[in-house]
Design a protein around this ligand. Structure first.
Ligand SMILES: Nc1nc2c(ncn2[C@@H]2O[C@H](COP(=O)(O)OP(=O)(O)OP(=O)(O)O)[C@@H](O)[C@H]2O)c(=O)[nH]1
Ligand SMILES: [Mg+2]
Length: 684
């Protein structure tokens, strides 16, 4: 389709369980719409969506991919997302770009944590949802699966069609009022669906109670409303591989799913000197353009690409929007419409559309593009899991450090759940991701795309220091060397900072409690500098300090010898003195683990985790004798959990981890870490 208007657009994210058939479903829709002549398969590595070499090597999706196609008079922007827990960040970050999330499930394996998390995230963000139960050709207990679905996600999950003739066809129970299906009498499903829909419309409900039936045309508006209100999650059946239920889903998207003008408003905020206020994007009319970048990628030919969704106004290649709070406008010289790796250059994008812009360095993931005069616009970001699975890396190629740094910076820009840390204390470069598979994919990319190979080993634990009591500290710094000397004396008090205090900056609240000029005001920044140095370098074990309030209450100065450097040292030493007396503790990061295993290993996995100071929080059974064990454990104990899991289950298990919270280390661990700390004395 050359041109289309906002009302014709349907933006849909295909999310859900890994290997449920999202990529295959996207491929089938491309065939049905005539974009491609024949469906490729994931096995053959020739689908439009999994076009990337890495995806073909790994045999599943790794990044989100935009597919575009026309159906009837509608234009679909479909975002195919990866279903593996390791890549959930890519699925979640696509949600702000669409009006509807379609969760694709595999009835032969069941509901996994990814599906649950995505359903919850979409619900919390007021995003209309639908479900496709795929692989009906292979499923044996669809009724049981549907019951489990309702139990997990609520009775608002109502079939809109039903599998028939052993999963070889489907029949609409929205249109049809009677007949037979593989799941039983169509009439029962029709009634449940209509009951659910009319609940959002009182007048219609009365009519329905009186007449006992409502014409399908009268149900269209209430259907859409029920979806928008989260009161209805339509469930469809399909076999993407056998092309069953595919065009029906496309018809449903076109007829019943919201277009950008009807979808629920996005949580945008306008930020001015007066603070932040919520705002609603307005797709109609001549409003000034607002776009949100939900994905950054690199195209081998086009270079850096930023995919953005136009939430308001029309964007064209003469638009020079500002990026977030930056004052300068950027040029959107080349705009593209993407389908897999194929792209067409376009000159403009109407409100609601999704396009990519090339080679604009200033745009990063989650940035909002806008033309606001006084303030700037921000999106209420999706909270992505904080990556905790770490590997320390070193290049094996001589002189490749700069290349490695550059490659990692780009990879970080393209994946918000991938971070690179350079730890001054441990002198390690650590890459962190969601799980072992996530980092394995990054290392492969590093090798294939950037030609950099690295050695890896488990990183040292990133402990933090804090205090649990109050104490006073003092230091008198005096140095006389030949001519002028150095003199500064500081008395200060430390205590834990109040929870959530706005005065805490970088983990520290710094208060000037001096009076009578005991310390001239111009030296307070020097004292703060000394204190902040300790905050980052640590006082007892060489790890950064956090959550501390320090009040400088007295000191002495010398009219000639007092200078900045003297107060930096005095502040630093007085602070260390106080911290050591204020019952310091070492905090260690705890992670949430979700371990998927054959259920026969539940006992072994639970006792192994308990032996690693882990706490089991729950166990869920999945169909096919699989189970999920949820636990919290100290990161230091599960740093090489991939190996452990492999040796317990013989390779049959998988897991993901993310940051949970910090906890005090047990005294024996703290004593060992403190004993290993060897602070460098400073020069005085
Ligand atoms: N029997 C059957 N197999 C299917 C169907 N759809 C997809 N498959 C197979 O299921 C496997 C996974 O399909 P994909 O399309 O890669 O699944 P996905 O949901 O994109 O997986 P991720 O990218 O890992 O999230 C492949 O082997 C497909 O051929 C179906 O309808 N029936
Ligand atoms: Mg896929």
């Amino acid at each position: 389709m050359g041109t289309y208007g906002t009302e014709q657009i349907r933006n849909v994210a295909l999310t859900g369980t890994s290997a449920a058939g999202k990529t295959t479903l996207g491929e089938a829709m491309l065939v049905a719409s005539g974009v491609i002549g024949r469906a490729g398969t994931v096995e053959a590595g020739n689908t439009v969506s999994d076009w990337d070499e890495l995806e073909q090597q790994f045999g599943h999706s790794i990044d989100s991919t935009l597919l575009s196609l026309d159906h009837g008079d509608c234009h679909f922007n479909l975002i195919d997302t990866p279903g593996r827990g390791d890549f959930i960040g890519k699925a979640m970050s696509a949600l702000p770009a669409v009006e509807t999330m379609v969760l694709v499930l595999d009835p032969t394996t069941g509901l996994d944590p990814v599906a649950r998390r995505l359903m919850k995230t979409a619900k919390d963000r007021n995003l209309p949802r639908a479900i496709i139960i795929n692989k009906i050709d292979a499923a044996t207990d669809l009724s049981g699966f549907l019951d489990g679905l309702k139990e997990t996600f609520g009775s608002e999950c109502c079939p809109i069609n039903l599998p028939c003739n052993g999963g070889t066809t489907i029949l609409s129970c929205f249109q049809e009022t009677s007949g037979d299906s593989d799941l039983g009498d169509v009439a029962d499903f029709h009634t449940s669906l209509v009951d659910q829909i009319v609940e959002v419309d009182e007048a219609l409900m009365e009519k329905y109670l009186e007449d006992g039936e409502v014409a399908p045309e009268q149900l269209l508006g209430p259907f859409r409303r029920a979806m928008r209100e989260g009161h209805l999650v339509p469930v469809g059946f399909a076999s993407a591989r056998n092309n069953v239920g595919v065009t029906e889903l496309m018809d449903q998207i076109a007829r019943l799913f919201p277009n950008p003008a009807e979808g629920n408003p996005r949580p945008l905020q306008r930020v001015t000197d007066d603070g932040r206020e919520d705002m609603t994007a307005c797709v109609d009319g001549d409003t000034s353009p607002i776009g949100h970048c939900f994905k950054v990628a690199s195209d081998p030919f086009v270079g850096k690409l930023c995919f953005f969704r136009v939430h308001q106004g029309t964007v064209d290649n003469s638009t020079n929007p500002r990026v977030g709070d930056s004052k300068k406008g950027v040029r959107l010289a080349h705009l593209y419409r993407y389908c897999g790796k194929n792209h067409d250059e376009v000159h403009s994008a109407v409100p609601g559309d999704i396009v990519a812009v090339s080679k604009v360095d200033e745009i990063a993931y989650d940035n909002v593009l806008h033309l606001d005069g006084d303030g700037w616009i921000a999106m209420n970001s999706i909270t992505l899991p904080k990556p905790m699975f770490g590997l320390a890396i070193e290049t094996t190629t001589k002189g490749a450090e700069a290349k490695l740094g550059d490659a990692l910076a780009r990879m970080q820009a393209e994946d918000p759940t991938f971070v690179v840390e350079r730890n001054a204390t441990t002198r390690e470069m650590v890459i962190r991701g969601i799980g072992e598979l996530h980092l394995r994919a990054k290392l492969q990319l590093l090798k294939d795309r950037y030609g950099v190979e690295v050695d890896t080993h488990p990183p040292k634990v990133a402990y933090k220091e804090t205090i649990t009591g109050k104490a006073e500290g003092h230091h008198r710094h005096k140095k006389q060397s030949g001519g002028s000397g150095q003199f500064g004396e500081v008395f200060l008090r430390v205590e834990p900072a109040a929870d959530g205090s706005e005065d805490v900056v970088g983990g520290l609240e710094f208060v000037d409690d001096t009076f009578g000029g005991s310390v001239p005001k111009q030296f307070l920044p020097a004292i703060e500098k000394g204190v902040r140095r300790v905050m980052s370098e640590g006082a007892i074990a060489g790890y950064p300090l956090q959550n501390i309030k320090v009040s400088v209450y007295d000191g002495k100065h010398h009219p000639v010898d007092s200078k900045e450097v003297a107060f930096v040292t005095a502040g630093r030493r007085a602070f260390i003195d106080a911290i050591q007396k204020a019952s310091p503790v070492l905090l260690e990061p705890f992670v949430k683990l979700e371990v998927t295993i054959p259920s026969s290993y539940i006992g072994d996995i639970s006792s192994d985790l308990s032996g690693r100071r882990g706490r089991i929080q729950g166990t869920d059974m999945l169909p096919g004798d699989q189970a999920i064990v949820q636990a919290e454990a100290p990161l230091s104990e599960v740093m090489t959990y991939a190996n452990q899991l492999k040796s317990i289950t013989g390779g049959a298990g998988s897991y993901v981890m993310e940051y949970s919270h910090d906890e005090n280390t047990p005294p024996n661990v703290q004593a060992a870490v403190v004993a290993a700390f060897n602070p460098q004395e400073d020069e005085d």
